[in-house]
Design a protein around this ligand. Structure first.
Ligand code: PLP
Ligand code: COI
Length: 339
């Protein structure tokens, strides 16, 4: 596809040729259906439209220098979709069906997988919705599972350059015992007011605090938070954040590099003690953070020189990309090679 300008791709929707779907009805999942149409036929009383029975995933496929296409840890996304489905009483998608669907979308849209070295990747977006009709508040009896994908560039426009983030105390993203552990649409709806305002005020995104005390860092709108302090990789432990697969991978890479990993509550005041801070996720990869401003107090936590990523974040970023693109040994067996 010579007409795609891979280097200037934004992170956004890109129309490709095929998507795949499966349906849960009468107690069983259908075979996968391949579609070219981007439109879903949907009952107007479907529970996803009324009561938020919707969960999604995000994972990437990369073309390596060796020409092979690798999908990063789809088994973990399958597991998390299962957790999300159980969290809002949807019919879970079997892991094999999830992985088969992702593989199929990659294979069918192979011409849209960015070439090696262009700084782009192929982003897969699996989603599960309650498609059965109900009017009373209850789980649907029918579900639709869809996987589509497209080539993407960096989530934050600056790519691997530090960005400013904002702490807010007048909006919460999730409740302490709510749905923060699940990747459900409602969490993102709840984050929109704060994140759009943050954009207008010049920040890349919001860093949400724990909703109970507004004391501890939870996570950024689209990514987990991590910090580097000496030889330690520190990341929040909280029951209201997503279990980021990128974060889990970075923790392992950090350990493999001989670092100590701490998963524990991280108080806002501690921000000033860190050597490097960043956000991590499939879309964000690693996004170094230049400064964090608390909107309520005006307090500014600046970390690093503000223009370049710190040395440890850079090392982690390079190692993660090298594993994903097949240039570093995949010693934990994370990649699924598409053949
Ligand atoms: N936290 C939130 C709220 C997210 O939307 C994402 C993106 O998926 C992440 C964290 C990072 O998770 P992962 O690394 O599995 O993509
Ligand atoms: C991801 O990183 O896959 C996400 O889902 C983050 C965001 C685009 C919602």
């Amino acid at each position: 596809m010579s007409e795609i300008d891979w280097k200037s791709l934004p992170f956004g929707y890109y129309k490709t040729d095929y998507n795949v779907r499966a349906y849960y009805k009468d107690g069983k999942w259908s075979e996968l259906d391949v579609h070219q149409d981007e439109i879903l036929p949907l009952h107007m009383a479907a529970t996803c439209l009324h009561y938020g029975q919707e969960a999604f995933e995000g994972l990437k496929a990369f073309r390596g220098k060796d020409g092979k296409i690798r999908m990063f840890r789809p088994d973990e996304n399958a597991k998390r979709l299962l957790l999300s489905a159980n969290g809002i009483l949807m019919q879970p998608v079997p892991t094999e069906l999830f992985i088969e669907a992702c593989k199929k979308v990659v294979k069918l849209n192979e011409k849209y997988i960015p070439p090696y070295g262009e700084g782009a990747s192929f982003y897969l977006r699996p989603l599960l919705i309650g498609s059965g009709a109900e009017v009373g508040v209850k789980p649907a009896k029918e579900y639709t599972f869809v996987v589509f994908g497209g080539p993407v560039g960096p989530y934050f426009k600056s790519g691997f350059k530090p960005v400013p983030m904002q702490i807010v105390k007048d909006y919460d993203r999730v409740a302490p015992l709510g749905t923060g552990l699940f990747k459900v649409g409602g969490n993102y709806a709840a984050s929109l007011r704060a994140s759009e305002r943050a954009h207008e005020e010049g920040y890349s995104t919001v860093l949400f605090l724990d909703a109970k005390e507004h004391k501890y860092i939870d996570e950024a709108g689209p990514a987990n938070f991590f910090a580097i302090k000496g030889n330690k990789y520190i990341t929040p432990d909280s029951n209201s954040i997503l279990r980021s697969i990128t974060n889990m991978s970075l923790q392992q890479i950090a350990k493999d590099m001989g670092m100590e990993v701490e998963r524990r509550p991280v108080a806002e005041e501690e921000l000033s003690t860190f050597d490097e801070i960043g956000a991590c996720g499939t879309a964000a990869v690693i996004s170094p953070i230049s400064k964090i401003v608390d909107r309520a107090t005006g307090h500014e936590f600046a970390v690093g020189n503000g223009t370049e990523a710190g040395p440890v974040s850079t090392k982690l970023y390079k190692a993660l990309r090298a594993i994903q693109e097949g240039e570093m040994e995949d010693k934990h067996g994370w990649n699924v090679i598409i053949d």
